[in-house]
Write a protein that binds this ligand. Structure first.
Ligand SMILES: [Zn+2]
Length: 238
């Protein structure tokens, strides 16, 4: 029984369109997933930066408090200096005051550095907040875009699938079962165009007998990939 290669070509085109749509349908949620991951990542970064901000602030406050306590102690000792009962006591107090003042000076430097760091962290928080806001807007935009695209693609897919089912009815009875099995398993690879020399899917070479069969429009499956052949347009006996 002969087969209409034009019909097979049409079926193949529809299978390809469906495969292309399916690929785009898979890509859509992936884009949303990436945008969601980006947002989560920026949210995590903001949390971490805010934590650093809080820790640095607390550490600065603690050092500030230590310095205040030491300064108060120094003032206290300075008041006691005049009331010192002996030279030894006077000298001892003077040494302690000098040591505490030295420690305070080191602490003051440290506090200054921490305040500088605080400015930097505060700026980081602003940037991280902006990044998170931007990623939220991006996710919303991408989600809306993908939702619309997916909706349109599903409508398109439905239309092509219906057209395909309609066209498949025109297949000769004796090829329907074999075609169905291949189409269900391999989709677009169920069919292959051939120039009667090699298979368009797997490049396996055709025998002279196969070529002759094709030129007589006979049903033929590829020995390499199992696809149902249709002859390329314009290929005739030569
Ligand atoms: Zn093949």
């Amino acid at each position: 029984m002969s087969v209409d290669f034009g019909l097979l070509r049409t079926l193949h085109r529809m299978h390809r369109q469906l495969a292309d749509i399916d690929q785009r349908l898979r890509k859509g949620p992936l884009q949303v997933k990436i945008a969601t991951q980006n947002e989560a990542s920026f949210a995590g970064e903001l949390d971490a930066t805010k934590l650093r901000q809080k820790e640095n602030r607390l550490a600065t406050d603690r050092k500030q408090m230590t310095m205040n306590e030491r300064d108060a102690k120094v003032q206290d000792m300075q008041a006691k200096l005049n009331a010192a009962g002996s030279n030894k006591e006077f000298q001892l107090l003077k040494d302690r005051i000098a040591a505490d003042q030295q420690a305070s000076s080191v602490l003051a430097d440290e506090i200054f550095e921490m305040l500088e760091r605080q400015d930097k962290i505060d700026a980081d928080v602003v940037v991280a907040t902006e990044n998170l806001e931007k990623s939220k807007i991006d996710k919303k935009r991408i989600t809306e875009k993908v939702t619309l695209e997916m909706k349109a693609l599903r409508v398109e897919r439905q239309r092509i699938a219906e057209e395909l089912a309609e066209s498949e009815k025109k297949l000769p009875m004796d090829v329907k079962t074999d075609y169905r099995r291949r189409a269900d398993a391999k989709g677009e690879d169920a069919l292959a165009e051939t120039d009667a020399i090699t298979c368009g899917n797997c490049q396996v070479h055709l025998t002279a007998q196969m070529k002759a069969s094709l030129l007589m429009k006979q049903i033929l499956f590829c020995q390499g990939c199992g696809a149902l052949y249709y002859l390329k347009e314009g290929v005739t006996a030569y």
